[in-house]
Design a binder for this molecule. Structure first.
Ligand SMILES: CCCCC[C@H](S)C(=O)N[C@@H](Cc1ccccc1)C(=O)N[C@@H](C)C(=O)O
Ligand SMILES: [Ca+2]
Ligand SMILES: [Zn+2]
Length: 310
């Protein structure tokens, strides 16, 4: 009925005004962070992490005074629309699956995650992070894990795990396209100009940007948040171009780069793919999309040469 598609209003984590789709009772109140159209619902976990998703966020009017929920909801809608419009994908599972998010998960949790069923956002400790749903690239990163799980299902360990993380960063930086940084909007609220990661310059935030410098060890599932920098650098070079380790890459733009990775993710990558297989999948995808002798295929080959994945 009419009150299924109501426009809600509210301020996000950074104090900016947002509009989003909500559902209201037929009387007009209360209203909920429940986008019936896209099937996106946003809950309040009330600082615990056992009984998820928690309580569906509601308000007595169409105005919501819940910044973390407002951003988690709005950015999930934006990411949903990106996948739909650009790749024709109907939600994370391509079957219109319901997208559940919970904010205020845990106590000052400095992270966000996809737990296999829903998205989780911590509040941060106010030093390392502020509320993590306040950044579009975080929401896009987590939602992309859901897409990956329903496609290549890259195992979250070693090289396949680094690729899993990298694909989430690549889509995060494509959807939050204002720069090549990850987390800059919610990282170290007391310090400006820094970020958690950079695709343009992974070493700036202690990530390798060449295969010879990869982390070999057992921390962080075999360095999934470290070695993602190597593939992130390749994606950056494919889009923006540049010279890296004496190899010159002619950029083809963010739009074509992300189309190549989406096709690789959905058609060619397999659960235990390593970096060598990532190179092959990207070349194959660029060939399908732009032709064997295209500038796009050349950019992919050069970018992977430049990071030492031949
Ligand atoms: C619970 C187990 C850990 C899950 C890790 C999730 S998928 C993840 O990678 N989260 C991102 C959050 C993020 C995304 C984009 C920008 C900033 C922050 C992440 O990078 N987490 C870091 C802090 C980490 O887990 O090391
Ligand atoms: Ca960003
Ligand atoms: Zn992740």
């Amino acid at each position: 009925n009419a009150l299924q598609h109501v426009t809600g209003h509210g301020k996000g984590v950074l104090g900016d005004d947002k509009n989003f789709d909500v559902r209201c009772e037929t009387s007009g109140s209360p209203c909920y962070l429940d986008d019936v159209n896209r099937k996106i619902q946003t809950y309040d976990a009330e600082k615990q992490d056992q009984n998820l998703p928690g309580k569906l966020i509601k308000s007595s009017s169409t105005t919501f005074n819940e910044p973390a929920g407002v951003d988690a909801h709005t950015y999930a809608e934006k990411t949903f629309d990106f996948y739909k419009k650009k790749f024709g994908r109907n939600s994370f599972d391509d079957k219109g699956g319901k997208l559940i998010s919970s904010v205020h998960v845990g106590d000052k949790w400095n992270n966000a995650a996809w737990d296999g069923k829903q998205m989780l956002y911590g509040d941060g400790d106010g030093k390392v992070f502020t509320m993590l749903s306040g950044s579009l690239d975080v929401v896009a990163h987590e939602l992309t894990h859901a897409v990956t799980e329903n496609t290549a299902n890259l195992q979250y360990w070693g090289e396949s795990g680094a690729l899993n993380e990298s694909i989430s960063d690549i889509m995060g930086a494509t959807i939050d396209s204002k720069n090549w940084l990850l987390g800059e909007d919610i990282y170290t609220p007391d310090k400006s100009g820094d970020a958690l990661r950079s695709l343009a310059d992974p070493p700036k935030y202690k990530q390798p940007d060449h295969y010879k410098d990869r982390y070999i060890g057992f921390q962080d599932n075999g360095g999934v948040h470290t070695n993602s920098g190597i593939n992130n650098k390749a994606a950056y070079l494919i889009a923006a171009g540049g010279t890296h380790h004496q190899v010159k890459v002619q950029g083809i733009g963010r739009d074509k780069m992300s189309a190549i990775y989406y096709r690789a993710l959905t058609l060619y990558l397999t659960p235990n793919a390593d970096f060598a297989e990532m190179r092959k999948a990207a070349i194959e995808s660029a060939t399908d999309l732009y032709g064997a002798n295209s500038a796009e295929v050349t950019a992919v080959k050069k970018a992977y040469d430049s990071i030492g994945v031949n």
